[in-house]
Design a protein around this ligand. Sequence first.
Ligand code: PMV
Length: 347
Amino acid sequence: MLDEVVTVIGTPNIALTKYWGKRDEKLILPTNSSISLTFDENLATTSSVVFSKKLKEDRLFIDGKQLDLNEKEPKERFQIVDMMRSMAKTDAKVLVVSKNNFPASSGLASSASGLATLTYACSSALGLNLSKKDMTIMARQGSGSSCRSLLGGIVEWKKGERQDGSDSYAEQVVDEKYWPELIDVVAIVTREKKKVSSRSGMKQTVATSVLYKARLGYIEQANDRLRKAVRDRDFETLAEITMRDSNDMHAVMLDTYPPLTYMNDSSRVVLSMIHELNDTEGKTVGAYTFDAGPNAHVITLRKNVDRIAKMLGELEEVEQVLKVGQGGGPRVLKPKDALIGGDLAPI
Ligand code: PMV
């Protein structure tokens, strides 16, 4: 529906088994399936969207700043808007206004929540009303891991087999109420932006890493075990798979030529602290995982959250600690929450 402002709130996700490599660059089809946890709204992105013939050009604002849509990254990610526009058979221009509630420049990736909310809001504003599955297929083509943010709880992005990508979509493993005790304690060690984007980093890994083959040889088995561990609420198994897969991804990153080093000394301090803690306790109480950056995510059960948050907070390497539970995926907000005014301008 042209001229209608649609506002959606959504959240990032943290992968327990990682997506790192594509089998198709254009359609963004992954070499392996990945499983993640969708965050609650303590870390959220709100996006308002309006399509209108009255707008002269496409415009995108994130946290009050207008982005240049001719620049590589926003341009690539905005392609999904063109795809949806052509599905709706309209050439109306769009205004997108997005806001993150993350603590100022926390070093946390907002592209997943950004693209998930953008896809959801565009589908609704254009009257496409795509199914959740089709929305995940759409979002995947903007940024792979964002497709997992369209669903709540624990979510799997299936790699799929088909060349057209029609069977590479995200699906819920369990909803956010199934195992709500599972929490992510995030330790921010730096607020710097990463030097090599995930997109180009993973491409180099697929092209040059000799260890990458071994990764692909084990990961689907790990996913089978992880799905079962989630359904059985088996923290020990989930924790081991999570830590090993993070280590494995960072090993193939280092095996990339030239090497990619996203973790730093501070990340390794957290890694050692968690192993020491688990050793001292004689059981697994925390599981670290790192994405394409040095900030640590420690997955734990609610009963251990305060203790782990305190230990992380006491490390001199850690700047800030956040506790994030599981959320239910994106939802539409009321018109009063819109970030776009009646004059078709950002509020
Ligand atoms: O979707 P991208 O291009 O932002 O890649 C994300 C890759 C990792 O965050 C490192 C892993 C993952 O599965 O989320």
